[in-house]
Design a protein around this ligand. Structure first.
Ligand SMILES: NC(=O)c1ccc[n+]([C@@H]2O[C@H](COP(=O)([O-])OP(=O)(O)OC[C@H]3O[C@@H](n4cnc5c(N)ncnc54)[C@H](O)[C@@H]3O)[C@@H](O)[C@H]2O)c1
Length: 380
């Protein structure tokens, strides 16, 4: 395969993560097609020009439609705010481009379904930025669970918390309105936990949920005006998996002190495995050996025994970082394009994740248990 031209839209937090990942993926792995950092888009156009120089892209534009139709671009990366994902992804697929889109897919389940439909039969590959799935220690946890290291999994507990909306005086932004952000904590944070939870426990069948908006009005920067917050700061759900086991799911963007807490535990019949994203190179495992004198949790520290850690560093315990997860995600995507297989999670799989967060939202609105609905039926 000849080299693949990358077109990146957005140069913020995730734009930089994508740029770093596509720049370094071949140096880290050496087993993917060559990529060219072809075209960078942001607004205004002169910002795109400056960032293209910084990130190492050949050209820049202020018009994303020009980027998705550019003949030298084969992969379109979408790292813009949520409200632009659907129109950009669908336009890129219609131009025959592979699409690497940030999460959540869209503002609504309907948008996500339209994106999935556009990908289906397009002949193009897709992937959604559920980068925490790429953590080698998470994949090791999945292997341990599958191999029975804690017996049969019987229960899941998970939390995903940050404090970026904890201060009631933090200014109102687009993140507060459904027309621009979609869901609140669920779309921003909770969807990541769903991706990890379903990877460990299987598909969610039903949820019974409650949500809360803690700070209902926020100040508009530079004025005395306060505007309403339309989406949730907190969501809690009792989960029933399709395999019959239960789970507890909780997310908050108003949790003071939590910077990137993605904490989960899988309880098994003979032990437990626990993880905390703020210590993303460690797993805690408890195995009931019957030896009371040695009873307790053990820490497994990430190392070359947990592929592909060794591609980044030959020494255990030296630790991977957040941006490395994006590099692994990009490798998975490039391998799917080269090999002709589905990337994980592609639009089809990511749609199943997004059904869960929208089911939680729906359950809270209806104040009752709802099924996740593999098909888009109204189950009121
Ligand atoms: N996977 C993850 O772990 C993760 C982490 C953070 C954010 N995200 C997701 O990434 C997306 C972006 O979030 P972010 O934190 O990087 O936001 P950001 O505000 O830092 O960056 C957004 C970028 O999009 C650009 N942009 C906005 N409108 C544009 C337009 N019309 N044309 C071209 N460029 C435009 C902005 O100028 C900016 O460079 C969101 O969907 C968010 O949910 C994912």
């Amino acid at each position: 395969m000849t080299s693949l031209g990358i077109g990146l839209i957005g140069t913020g937090f995730m734009g930089k993560a994508h740029a770093l990942a596509y720049r370094s993926v071949n140096a880290v792995f050496g087993d993917v097609p060559d990529v060219r950092l072809e075209l960078l888009c942001d607004q205004p156009a002169d910002k795109a020009g400056d960032m293209a120089r910084q990130f190492g892209f050949s050209r820049a534009t202020g018009d994303w439609r020009e980027l998705v139709s550019d003949p030298a671009v084969q992969i379109v990366c979408i790292t813009t705010p949520n409200k632009m994902h659907a129109q950009m992804a669908i336009a890129a697929l219609e131009c025959g481009k592979h699409v690497h889109c940030e999460k959540p897919m869209g503002l609504t389940l309907d948008e996500a379904m339209r994106m999935e439909a556009a990908a289906e039969g397009s002949g193009c590959k897709t992937i959604v930025g559920y980068n925490y799935l790429a953590n080698p220690i998470y994949q090791h946890a999945r292997k341990l669970v599958r191999e029975g290291a804690i017996g049969v999994p019987v229960h899941f507990r998970g939390f995903v918390d940050e404090d970026y909306q904890a201060d009631p005086e933090t200014a109102w932004t687009w993140r507060a309105i459904r027309a621009e952000a979609g869901l609140g904590a669920l779309g921003d944070l909770g969807c990541h936990l769903v991706s990890l939870m379903q990877g460990l426990m299987g598909a969610v069948a039903t949820v019974v949920a409650d949500v809360d908006t803690v700070h209902k009005m926020r100040p508009v920067e530079g004025s005395a005006e306060r505007r309403p917050v339309e989406n949730e700061d907190i969501a809690n759900a009792l989960v029933r998996f399709e395999n019959g086991t239960t789970g507890l799911f909780s997310t908050s963007r108003t949790a003071w002190g939590r910077k990137s807490r993605i904490g989960w535990e899988v309880h098994g019949t003979t032990g437990m495995i626990c993880f905390e994203q703020e210590r993303m190179n460690e797993l805690q495992i408890y195995q009931n050996t019957g030896n009371k004198g040695l009873d307790g949790f053990r820490t497994i520290l990430a190392g070359p025994a947990h592929p592909p850690y060794g591609n980044f560093c030959p020494a255990p315990g030296h630790q991977l970082g957040f941006n490395d997860l994006k590099t692994i995600e990009v490798r998975n995507f490039l391998q799917a394009i080269a090999g002709g297989h589905r990337a994980h999670p592609d639009f089809k799989t990511a749609l199943e994740l997004e059904r869960v967060i929208h089911a939680i939202d729906r359950s809270a609105a209806l104040k009752r248990l709802v099924s996740v609905n593999r098909a888009p039926v109204d189950d009121r």
